[in-house]
Write a protein that binds this ligand. Structure first.
Ligand code: F7E
Length: 305
């Protein structure tokens, strides 16, 4: 909610409301007029590299923004359920596998701000009895992923190289290990957390470990390309402190929520490459002015596991 606003649905229509996580009084007026049953707090300055350049803004939005939202709920007297988008970045330097009992050791202003938000969410649960939960989500991707995050940067480059529009993509540390899942499945996990009988915090992850190098292999190979011919190193993408390895253990989510990841990184890379290639092909055959600006829609979810 640092941008144009929140969405509410009444009578089949969706409303966007302006609001900002740095504007506490606006959050109060918004919540008192919407009176939601469920609040999914996903707003943040969410780019880890950018958080080193804008640490204060990141702390204000990603950290204090959560307190403003929780406090607005409390002041309005809402009985709503609250979801906090906590992050695997909170684990930072603590080695994998990481679960709900793993100690935090954040390695960026973003990770530190998320740790603050995690604890303020728990504090409102314990102090005021709010149904407030932390979903500790590991990296979750889709064709809608922002273009500056590494998976989408790669799949977009694959599409452009395949189309002859580019030849090279510049990356930083390709030895970093991540646990990449498919975002629509993770949204389902978020929803399940708010339907549970008791408020608890959950790790959401696939439990698989891949390097950025692996993801390059999956994405380029899907387009019949050799990534080593097209990838160059650029030190500007190196972070002052790196998170070397994140691999989640989502056993609790499986046992209590009945949730498990279904899409693993090789398939995820194929979904994203296909969407970026299709968007580029559509742009090439659509008259200027009518060109699509968004990537292809994410496929609908099947029956939950
Ligand atoms: O980087 C390395 C980079 O920016 C992944 C956010 O959604 O997930 C995300 O955070 C890895 C890092 O995501 C480039 O150094 C190499 O090791 O895609 P990313 P992230 O930092 O893991 C967590 C769960 C969140 O909560 C965050 O909000 O890839 N890497 N070369 C690169 N990363 C980027 N962005 N660009 C590169 O050129």
């Amino acid at each position: 909610m640092t941008g144009p606003g929140t969405a509410t649905r009444r009578g089949g229509r969706r409303f966007l409301h302006y609001g900002d996580l740095t504007d506490g009084s606006r959050l109060v007026t918004l919540l008192s007029s919407i009176r939601p049953d469920e609040v999914y707090h996903l707003g943040a300055q969410s780019h880890v590299r950018v958080s080193f350049d804008e640490p204060e803004f990141t702390g204000d939005t990603t950290g204090l923004g959560t307190t403003r939202l929780l406090e607005a709920i409390r002041l309005v007297g809402l009985q709503c359920r609250f979801y906090q988008a906590s992050s695997s970045e909170m684990f930072g330097a603590t080695p994998p596998p990481q679960d709900e009992a793993t100690p935090f050791h954040p390695r960026s202003p973003y990770g530190a701000a998320k740790v603050y938000s995690y604890w303020i969410t728990r504090n409102y649960r314990e102090a005021y009895g709010m149904f407030a939960v932390n979903g500790i989500l590991f990296n979750h991707e889709s064709p809608r992923r922002g273009e500056t995050f590494v998976t989408r940067k790669i799949t977009r480059s694959v599409a452009r190289i395949r189309a002859g529009l580019d030849d090279t993509v510049f990356l930083g540390n390709i030895d970093a290990v991540r646990d990449w899942g498919y975002a629509p499945e993770y949204v389902e996990a978020m929803w399940r957390m708010l339907q549970a009988d008791e408020p608890r915090d959950y790790v959401v992850a696939t439990g698989t470990a891949h390097t950025v190098r692996d993801f390059l292999g999956f994405a380029f190979a899907h387009a019949g390309l050799d990534w080593e011919r097209h990838v160059r190193f650029d030190r500007r993408y190196i972070r002052p402190a790196e998170v070397d390895a994140l691999v989640g253990d989502a056993s609790l989510a499986r046992d209590i929520l009945g949730w498990a990841a279904r899409t693993l990184p090789p398939e995820l890379a194929r979904i994203m490459v296909d969407a970026d290639c299709a968007a580029l092909d559509a742009a090439a055959t659509t008259p200027t002015g009518d060109r699509p600006v968004a990537p292809a829609p994410v496929p609908r979810l099947g029956t939950p596991a």
